[in-house]
Design a protein around this ligand. Sequence first.
Ligand SMILES: *[C@@H]1O[C@H](CO)[C@@H](O)[C@H](O)[C@H]1NC(C)=O
Ligand SMILES: *[C@@H]1O[C@H](CO)[C@@H](O)[C@H](O)[C@H]1NC(C)=O
Ligand SMILES: *[C@@H]1O[C@H](CO)[C@@H](O)[C@H](O)[C@H]1NC(C)=O
Length: 229
Amino acid sequence: MKASMVSAMEHISSILLSTLLFSLSVSTSTPEPIPAVWPEQFHSLLFMNRSGTLHQIDLWYDWPNGRNFNIIQYQLNEVVSYDLEWNNGTSFIYTLHPSDSHCEVEHLDVGILRPNWLDGATYLGQEQVDNFVCNVWEKVDFIVYYEDVLTRRPVKWVFYTVYTGNAGYTAHVMTFEVGAVLEDPKWQAPVYCFNQTEKEKSVSSLLESTTVRGDSFWSLMRGKANAAA
Ligand SMILES: *[C@@H]1O[C@H](CO)[C@@H](O)[C@H](O)[C@H]1NC(C)=O
Ligand SMILES: *[C@@H]1O[C@H](CO)[C@@H](O)[C@H](O)[C@H]1NC(C)=O
Ligand SMILES: *[C@@H]1O[C@H](CO)[C@@H](O)[C@H](O)[C@H]1NC(C)=O
C-alpha cells in the first residue's frame, strides 16, 4: 500500500471514530421525555376499571373556565352520576334520574387538575400498552401514566390509593378531542343542589378514606396531584 493511501485511510477512520464518539455523546445527553401538558380544553371518553367494576366517564376538561365535568355511566346502570368540579374547590355530585335524584355539594381545599399536573413525573421507559407504543411515567405512590409516542396523546393511566391497593384504578382513553368545549348551560347543577349545606372535605381525609366511589375518583386525583406538586 502506498503511504498516501494509508494516511487517507487513517484519516477516514479518525473521521468515523469522531463521528461515532459524537453520536454517542449526543445520545447520552438527549433529555428524557416528559409528559405532554394537557390541552387547556378537551373532551374524552374514558373506559374505567376499578377492580373489575366497569364504568365509562364522559370527561370535559375546561381549564380556562376553571371547570371539569365527569359524567359517569356504570355498566348497565341507568342512573348516570355527574361530578361537576369548579376550580374554587366546590364539587356538585348529583344524579338527574327521576327515581333517584339527589345532590351532594363538597368543598375541597384544592382546585381542578392543572394542565401541567404531571410535572415532575419519573420516566420509566417505553412499553406497548393497549396496542400503542407508549412512554411511561410514574408519580410516586399515585399514578402510572402512558402516552402514545407518536401522537403524544394519553392512552392509559393507573391510579393508586390505599383503597385500590395493587390493582389500581385504570383508565383507558378511548377518544381525545382537543379543543372540544361543552356549552355553558350544560354546566348548570340542578336546583336541588342549592338548598343544602356544603360538606367541607380536606384532601388528607379523602386520601385516608378507605371507600372510594367512582364519583370521588377525580377529587382524589386532584388531592394527590396537589400533594405531590
Ligand atoms: C379489570 O381489572 C381487573 C383487575 O383489577 C382485571 O382482572 C380485569 O380483567 C379487568 N377487566 C377489563 C374488562 O379490563
Ligand atoms: C364556586 O363556583 C361555583 C360556580 O360558579 C359556584 O356555584 C360555587 O358556589 C362557588 N363556590 C364557592 C365556595 O364560592
Ligand atoms: C332540597 O330540595 C329537594 C327537592 O325539593 C328536597 O327533596 C330535599 O329534601 C331538600 N334538601 C334540604 C337539605 O332541604
